[in-house]
Write a protein that binds this ligand. Structure first.
Ligand code: GRF
Length: 212
């Protein structure tokens, strides 16, 4: 039985497209069985529809509590028999009941090297502006398992980008996005093909099986 993943995205979805491409080629041993978005105008929705991927738009503001929002998410995830959740540019906090139901089976990509430049409010261009302002010469990406706090779960994979020659936050964003598109499919494959052992914030990968 093919492993079913849900991808959560709030915007344009360039990572979603890369992940989709890599599931179709067989590099990622899974299929995207659901797109979840909080944003009815997300640019990625028409792409998912055109590729016959079910779409659920669930807006947290429509619920009176994070718990109820989580229950609505859990319902659609169960209906599609989802085993893993991939957060690819998803801007809402994942409710605790979803985190505990999918313990160590939710991953997020953050466009900087955590634990620097993370936490609440640090998303999208805000991250790259902060990186630019700080004058650091290296940025990158962090792909981590999701826990109850923003950007603080165990780190699965990091890649660095030399940004010494970048003259604007937009140039940094472009350099980092290139890394995201390459590394995110690799990280998803790594997670799906192994059972990560978690020791504090450390992820230890012991190979259990390989699909190719
Ligand atoms: C990416 O930079 C991702 O790291 C961040 O939001 C952006 C989403 O881009 N969390 P896209 O929607 O995948 O094009």
């Amino acid at each position: 039985m093919v492993t079913k993943i849900a991808v959560f995205a709030s915007g344009r979805g360039s990572n979603f497209r890369e992940i989709y491409k890599n599931t179709r080629s067989g590099f990622i041993p899974a299929e995207i069985s659901l797109l979840v978005s909080d944003n009815p105008r997300a640019g990625i929705i028409p792409f998912a529809e055109a590729h016959s991927i079910p779409v659920s738009i669930i807006q947290p503001k429509k619920f009176s509590s994070s718990h109820d929002f989580g229950m609505a998410l859990l319902d659609v995830l169960a209906a599609q028999q989802i085993e893993y959740i991939v957060l690819a540019g998803y801007l809402k906090k994942i409710p605790e009941n979803v985190v505990s139901a999918f313990n160590n089976r939710i991953i997020n990509i953050h466009p900087a090297l955590l634990p620097a430049f993370g936490g609440q409010g640090m998303y999208g261009k805000h991250v790259h502006q902060a990186v630019f302002k700080a004058g650091v010469k290296v940025s990158g990406i962090t792909i981590h398992l999701v826990n109850e706090e923003y950007d603080s779960g165990p780190i699965l994979l990091q890649r660095a980008a030399d940004i010494a020659d970048c003259e604007t936050p937009e140039e940094i964003a472009a350099a980092v996005l290139k890394l995201e598109h390459k590394a995110f499919p690799e990280a998803i494959k790594l997670l799906l093909e192994n059972e990560p052992e978690i020791d504090g914030n450390r992820v230890i990968i012991r190979k259990v099986h390989e699909t190719n």
